[in-house]
Design a protein around this ligand. Structure first.
Ligand SMILES: Nc1ncnc2c1ncn2[C@@H]1O[C@H](COP(=O)(O)OP(=O)(O)OP(=O)(O)O)[C@@H](O)[C@H]1O
Length: 221
């Protein structure tokens, strides 16, 4: 399995019981998984455990053969090879589209950076927008920049937090289809969290339903 998440347990400081209880999930390479659950069920906490913003009480995470977390291991966030697209996109407002996308490519030479930038702009169909600032873009375009920025360093795993909640209803379906097409074309292994069953059904290969930090059900689509 490309991603192995095994028996994660997590309890916030001061809480009387764990918010995540024995959460396990395996992903094949290129698979898109939705984590579906009501407000407060623990979706964001799972993303925080994966990115390394929180440390689980127990459990294990292995990505592409690399141990990320176990009883003796804690790989810091920047070394996990995980890309993240936030609900509000979190683009740097004072940077152009080009500089936003180049941000995660600091380790590359100038030429490599330029090539990767052009590849990403073409992928998300924003070649004509590279000198624009985020405020000069539509919501859907901002989301595509956020996706390009997350994909640019070729992460092993991509995480999305409610990726459609900031878009107009009429745009959501179009963007959802576009996103799925890009993720499949790039064979990107992805997890997104949502409270919207229709988003999960449209985008995911499998959906994991969580309630109060426990996996209730896993279904196809
Ligand atoms: N920093 C914190 N300290 C204590 N409890 C927290 C903290 N953050 C979240 N919680 C609690 O943990 C539980 C899970 O929260 P989480 O944010 O993971 O839920 P969620 O499913 O992402 O919800 P939403 O859909 O509303 O974003 C909730 O009961 C929440 O109140």
């Amino acid at each position: 399995m490309f991603v192995q998440i095994e028996n994660l347990v997590y309890q916030y400081r001061g809480a009387s019981q764990p918010v995540i209880k024995n959460f396990s999930l395996q992903l094949n390479q290129g698979e898109i998984i939705a984590i579906l659950g009501e407000s407060g069920s623990g979706k964001s906490t799972i993303l925080r455990l994966l990115t390394g913003l929180e440390t689980p009480k127990s459990g294990r995470i292995v990505i592409n053969g690399k141990k990320i977390v176990d009883d003796h291991t804690f790989i810091p966030p920047e070394k996990r090879g995980i890309g993240m697209v936030f609900q509000d996109y979190a683009l740097f407002p004072h940077m152009t589209v080009e500089d936003n996308i180049k941000f995660g490519l600091r380790h590359m030479t100038k030429k490599q950076k330029q090539n990767r930038l052009d590849e990403m702009l073409e992928l998300v169909d924003l070649l004509d927008y590279k000198k624009r600032y985020p405020y000069e873009l539509s919501g859907g375009q901002q989301q595509r920049v956020a996706l390009a920025r997350a994909l640019a360093p070729a992460p092993s795993l991509l995480l999305f937090d409610e990726p459609f909640s900031n878009l107009d209803a009429s745009l959501q379906i179009k963007i959802r289809d576009e996103l799925k097409e890009i993720l499949k074309r790039t064979n990107s292994t992805s997890i997104f969290v949502t409270h919207d069953q229709a988003d999960a059904a449209a985008l995911a290969d499998r959906t994991v339903l969580i309630e109060k930090g426990v996996v209730k059900h896993i279904s196809k689509g």
